[in-house]
Structures are given as structure tokens and as C-alpha cells.
Write a protein that binds this ligand. Structure first.
Ligand code: TA6
Length: 300
């Protein structure tokens, strides 16, 4: 019996949940209920698809994405941990940490009123200790339903307090990013990574008119992606996070990424729930902290 067949025997729910060979032959949990459909890969604990009833796909994935062990997926919801962006003391280290590059353990699949919850986990071991001293268990509790609810739960299993950076680096599908507005960040300070990391204050709604890479700080609020051409609002709420990153690579950066189609940038925007940089989350020995991103879709 193959690994996927064994996982399906253990975790499948007839007519609702099936463990399948996804892209690149990577094992994935396919969820199909009357309320929503979704796909969660064991690779990277990676949510790749979510479609609530009556809606087109909400998450965005590049047609050029890699689908292989050791490689990041371009799109969906990469889990960035235990650092965000380049590793401060090792430029050769993988961007956004290493947990998105490795297989996670499928712990449980359950069905409740609000949807099907898939629980995946990864933990420190001899391999991770070569790149990061912390001892941890990282659990990703993903509920596929009318809402997509992702709860990233981090337990410090070491004897020392440790600071971790973490992000749910979510890629959303939009009709045309040039015609999208983001509300909910008005008056919030942000680090503009496209302007020498200057600290600025958001005036009005966020619109995308060039490569955009901003870390909004001290914000716990809900961000709404207003997409007039898809006649929908994507509502991104959160808990346990004080940073929100907004990113679109625009023309040149898209061309510079082998796993991102040159013409794909108008169709996506990242709104990322995170704790990064100076706002890394401090976790005492034995403590568990939780960061939640809750996504809903409302017709305009
Ligand atoms: O979240 C925005 C960002 O940090 C950008 O600077 C860009 O690098 C993006 O992440 C994608 O990073 P990746 O390592 O997935 O190519």
C-alpha cells in the first residue's frame, strides 16, 4: 500500500475528504463539502486552494510554481518560519525560513459544522538545529468551510525563551490588481521596502501602481480586498499578529522570478498575516502562541 493509500485509509472521510497525489506527486488532502472545496499539501503544511460555495478560487498559485520537496510553492499560503525574508546572519539560508520546504506530518482530519479541519505539524530535529537553535512544535490547523481559517500554533519545547518570526504569506486571486483597493490600513505606519525601508503612514485605501512591498506595523485590524471586476470583497481578519505585509511584484520582479509567470502579476496580491522583524513573537519555554488568519468572501 502506498503512503497516499495509507494516509487515505487513516484520514479519508467518504465523499468529503480524500488524500490524493497532487501536483508533483506530492500528497495533499482534498476537501469537498456542500459549503466549500479546498486542497492542503503535506509539503510545507501548504494550503493551495480554497473555493467557498458560489465563488471562484480565492487563492492564487503561479502556473510556473515548483512542486517538489525542498522547493517553495509560489502561491497559496506559504508558512514562513522561523524567520521572514532573508536570514539576518546567513544570506545563503532559504528566504522565509525552511518549514515551507519540508514535508509536514498529517495529524488529524475532522468534520464540524464550520467545515473540515486538517491538522498538520512539524517540529525541530537534528536537521533544523543546523539552521536554527530553537526547539519547537509548529501546528497548522486549517479549517475549510464558508471561511478559510488558518491557525498557526507554535509551542516552545526548549528550555530557553526564543523569538520567532512567522507569516501566513497568503496569495489572493484578483481580476486586475491595478483596479483593486485595500481598506483597513488607513493611518497605519508601514516600512516601505521599495523606498529604502522608510517608515510612512498609510493615507486612505492602499492601491497598487508599481512593485509594492510594505510591512504594516502595530496593526491588528481586518484588511478588505475590494475587487470590483470579480464583484467581491475578500475579508482578511486575524488574531495574534501585529504586522500585515502587502506585496505585488509588478513587472520587473515578476520577470526576475523563474517560478512566477511574466504576465501573472496583475492577477494576484499578497496580504500576509505575520509577526516579523522587530515584532518577532517571543515565546517562553513551554509556552504556546497562536496566530490566526480568517478569510471570508462577500459579494459586492
Ligand atoms: O512578503 C513579501 C516578500 O518578503 C517580498 O520581499 C518577496 O521576496 C516575497 O516575499 C516573495 O518571497 P519568496 O521567497 O517566496 O520569493
Amino acid at each position: 500500500m502506498s503512503t497516499i493509500e495509507m494516509l487515505n485509509t487513516k484520514f479519508g472521510i467518504a465523499g468529503v475528504v480524500q488524500v490524493v497525489a497532487g501536483l508533483g506527486g506530492l500528497a495533499a488532502v482534498r476537501v469537498e463539502t456542500g459549503e466549500a472545496q479546498g486542497l492542503v499539501y503535506l509539503h510545507g503544511g501548504h494550503v493551495a486552494e480554497w473555493r467557498p460555495k458560489g465563488q471562484d478560487e480565492v487563492l492564487w498559485v503561479s502556473q510556473k510554481s515548483y512542486w517538489a520537496d525542498g522547493k517553495p510553492v509560489r502561491g497559496g499560503v506559504p508558512v514562513c518560519f522561523p524567520w521572514f525574508g532573508p536570514k539576518a546572519d546567513d544570506k545563503a539560508a532559504p528566504g522565509h525560513g525552511f518549514v515551507r520546504l519540508m514535508p509536514w506530518t498529517l495529524e488529524a482530519v475532522t468534520q464540524e459544522d464550520e467545515g473540515v479541519t486538517v491538522v498538520l505539524s512539524t517540529k525541530s530535529d537534528d536537521q533544523t538545529r543546523k539552521q536554527w537553535p530553537g526547539e519547537y512544535v509548529l501546528r497548522h490547523r486549517v479549517t475549510i468551510g464558508r471561511e478559510l481559517v488558518m491557525s498557526l500554533e507554535l509551542t516552545n519545547t526548549g528550555r530557553e525563551a526564543m523569538a520567532y518570526q512567522e507569516a501566513l504569506h497568503t496569495y489572493f486571486t484578483v481580476a486586475d490588481v491595478k483596479r483593486v483597493k485595500l481598506t483597513g490600513l488607513e493611518g497605519v505606519k508601514y516600512v516601505d521596502k521599495m523606498d529604502g525601508s522608510k517608515v510612512k503612514t498609510q493615507e486612505g485605501a492602499v492601491t497598487i501602481t508599481a512593485e509594492t512591498d510594505r510591512v504594516y506595523v502595530g496593526t491588528t485590524g481586518t484588511v478588505t480586498i475590494e475587487d470590483p471586476d470579480k464583484m467581491r470583497r475578500i475579508v482578511v481578519a486575524k488574531e495574534g499578529s501585529t504586522n500585515t505585509v502587502v506585496w505585488n511584484p509588478w513587472v520587473a520582479k515578476s520577470k526576475a522570478m523563474a517560478d512566477f509567470g511574466d504576465e501573472e502579476w496583475p492577477g494576484m496580491i499578497c496580504v500576509e498575516t505575520c509577526n516579523v522583524g522587530a515584532d518577532a513573537v517571543k515565546v517562553a519555554a513551554g509556552e504556546t502562541v497562536k496566530m490566526v488568519q480568517r478569510v471570508g468572501v462577500v459579494r459586492m
